[in-house]
Design a protein around this ligand. Structure first.
Ligand code: SF4
Ligand code: SF4
Length: 82
């Protein structure tokens, strides 16, 4: 799939990634463990989306972060090309 291209009749635009607030994060690693596609890694300063192309914006990380440090702020809406 091309993030800025066509997907079976739909146009994918302005793809978003989860936002991680490192000021709230306590480096527990739950988001790294629970991301279903392994898109998150732990870096020197905390978790980050290391493989943004793999992120499906499923919001699992937002839901499971015990510190509320991850936010998936955008709602994905599918729109017909017509
Ligand atoms: S789950 Fe939340 S608190 Fe834990 S490492 Fe990830 S962002 Fe930080
Ligand atoms: S939104 Fe889903 S796929 Fe993307 S980093 Fe979070 S858990 Fe992983």
């Amino acid at each position: 799939m091309d993030r800025n291209g066509l997907l079976e009749g739909c146009i994918v635009e302005d793809w978003a990634l989860p936002e991680i607030d490192l000021a709230l994060c306590d480096r527990c690693g739950v988001c790294v463990e629970q991301c279903p596609v392994g898109a998150v890694e732990m870096g020197d300063y905390g978790p980050f989306v290391a493989r943004p192309d793999d992120c499906t914006y499923c919001a699992t990380c937002d839901a499971i972060c015990p510190q509320g440090a991850i936010t998936c702020a955008f709602e994905i809406a599918w729109q017909s090309r017509d």
